[in-house]
Design a protein around this ligand. Structure first.
Ligand code: PEP
Ligand code: MN
Length: 336
């Protein structure tokens, strides 16, 4: 249920309403807009009489919300959320570019890529330390040592860092990580999501391999319902019958999610296509469709990368791509 308050409503009456709702075990989520105050009611609202609330002098309207996600719902929070990642604002109208290698391989590899993506215009550095690989015999990442190297690259470049956590047991190593990634394979690891919801850190939540947008939003809701509302969504391609690409990039997720949620949306064209030469057109299309950010894999020596070399751009191609993206940004779709 959503309660829209009248402009210049009596503050004391609003406090009384909140106290009453809380006494009924209803969680109250207040969103202050420029003109409107929108109050989201979360919990078992079947016990609340909407007409009774509608009749209050401070209330302009009451709306019932059908969707099972509440905190992530745009109806609860009409304005776009802006998530601060180590000083970089995602969702504030500026396209943010996350770039770096699929996996952290060595100090030289990571620092060289970090410096080149920064020079090209990336604003956040990515690098996997714990890698979810289909084969147990494939490189599994440098794990804790990889995180140490990522922190070195952060110190060197000043770029905030994003990296994936695969399991609750790893979380104690993530204190200095600016942005914690939940990979596609963990989108429905609900215990992990709940624990991340109790942290005060931005979370990059990737869409599951075969997940619907509603399932993605319900996973965001798991994090948000525990108190952490700093969630950024990532479309990274979904499984379809098509085998010509690694996944099928669902670009319509951008305008649709923009209707459904206030959370920022970024696009990962690298994992979506799995083919380096397809990354550029898909990145440009995502920027034009109004994504809040892009996540692109870059490697200084793609043929010898330990993971995902075929979809990685060289630093030179990445730099050209950033320029091309910047040139189309004035024409990009805007939401809200
Ligand atoms: C990644 O970004 O490193 C990754 C493994 O992506 P995904 O979870 O989308 O497959
Ligand atoms: Mn990868």
């Amino acid at each position: 249920m959503i309660v829209i308050l009248k402009e210049n409503h009596d503050k004391e009456q609003f406090e009384n309403l909140k106290d009453w709702l809380k006494s009924m075990n209803i969680d109250v989520h207040v969103s202050l807009g420029q003109r409107q105050t929108v109050v989201g009611l979360i919990g078992d609202t079947t016990i609340i009489d909407a007409d009774l609330i509608r009749a209050l002098s401070i209330v302009e309207d009451v709306k019932l919300v059908q969707e099972p996600y509440k905190k992530a719902n745009r109806k609860f929070h009409p304005n776009n959320s802006v998530i601060d990642v180590g000083g970089v604002k995602i969702g504030g109208g500026q396209l943010q570019i996350i770039a770096g290698p699929c996996s952290i391989e060595s100090e030289e590899q990571l620092c060289s890529i970090a410096e080149s993506v920064k020079a090209a215009g990336a604003t956040i550095l990515r690098g996997g330390a714990f890698k979810p690989r289909t084969s147990p015999y494939a490189f599994q990442g440098l794990r804790a040592h990889g995180l140490d190297l990522l922190l070195k690259a952060k110190k060197l470049t000043g770029l905030p860092i994003v990296t994936e956590v695969m399991d609750l047991s790893q979380l104690n190593l993530f204190d200095d990580v600016d942005f914690i990634q939940v990979g596609a394979r963990n989108m429905q690891n609900f215990e992990l999501l709940k624990e991340l919801g109790r942290m005060d850190k931005p979370i990059l939540l990737k869409r599951g391999l075969s997940s619907t947008l509603q399932e993605l939003l319900m996973s965001a809701e798991y994090i948000m319902s525990e108190g952490n509302e700093k969630v950024v969504l990532c479309e990274r391609g979904i499984r379809t019958f098509e085998t010509a690409t690694r996944n099928t990039l669902d670009l319509s997720a951008i305008p649709l999610l923009k209707e459904l949620t206030h959370l920022p949306i970024i696009i990962d064209p690298s994992h979506a296509t799995g083919i380096a030469r397809l990354v550029r057109p898909m990145a440009i299309a995502a920027a034009a469709a109004g994504a809040d950010g892009l996540m692109i894999e870059v490697h200084n020596d793609p043929p010898h990368a330990l993971c995902d070399g075929v979809q990685s751009l060289t630093p030179e191609v990445f730099a050209e791509l950033v320029q091309q993206i910047n040139s189309i940004l004035p024409f990009a779709c805007k939401y809200n």
